[in-house]
Ligand binder design. Structure first.
Ligand SMILES: [Fe+2]
Ligand SMILES: [Fe+2]
Length: 152
């Protein structure tokens, strides 16, 4: 296997997540209680958590190098908080319709966020970070995937 950059790993995860989002959207209309939708929201929260953590670590590494383009990183953090907030809001819904609407909105925001990262943030990180750094981080990402029990 060639040395995978962390950015490539993150894009691969986006692709997997987009597939999961499609499945959830397909399932949403058949959910009948807010509790079921809230469970789905918790699954999405858990799924995005490790991914966002990797991105945050990567961003902090890059921060020293790219003060000029720091707007991209700020936007990334804002998006992460906004998506988390939206997912948390699902838990406050009192009707199934409201919970479905909120989860749908959180998924739409995530999709848009992935697109923005792939369009501008990841190319910038690949530009400012050393190839070696990107592949070392890619390697530790692979090792983390191999130890699911130890993931937070
Ligand atoms: Fe992100
Ligand atoms: Fe991402």
């Amino acid at each position: 296997m060639h040395n995978m950059k962390i950015t490539e790993a993150l894009v691969a995860e986006h692709t997997i997540f987009l597939g999961v989002f499609d499945q959830i959207e397909r399932a949403l209309p058949s959910l009948t209680t807010p509790a079921e939708v809230k469970t789905m929201a918790s699954v999405v929260e858990g799924m995005l958590e490790g991914h966002a953590k990797s991105e945050t670590n990567l961003a902090y590494l890059a921060l020293d190098h790219v003060l000029a383009q720091n707007g991209e990183l700020k936007r990334m953090h804002q998006d992460h908080h906004e998506i988390d907030d939206r997912l948390r809001q699902v838990h406050t819904a009192s009707t199934c319709a409201e919970a479905r609407r909120l989860l749908g909105a959180a998924i739409a925001a995530s999709r848009e966020h992935f697109r923005a990262e792939e369009r501008s943030l990841f190319p910038m990180l690949e530009q400012v970070l050393q190839e070696d750094t990107l592949t070392e981080l890619g390697q530790s990402w692979i090792e983390r995937q191999a130890e699911p029990a130890r993931r937070v």
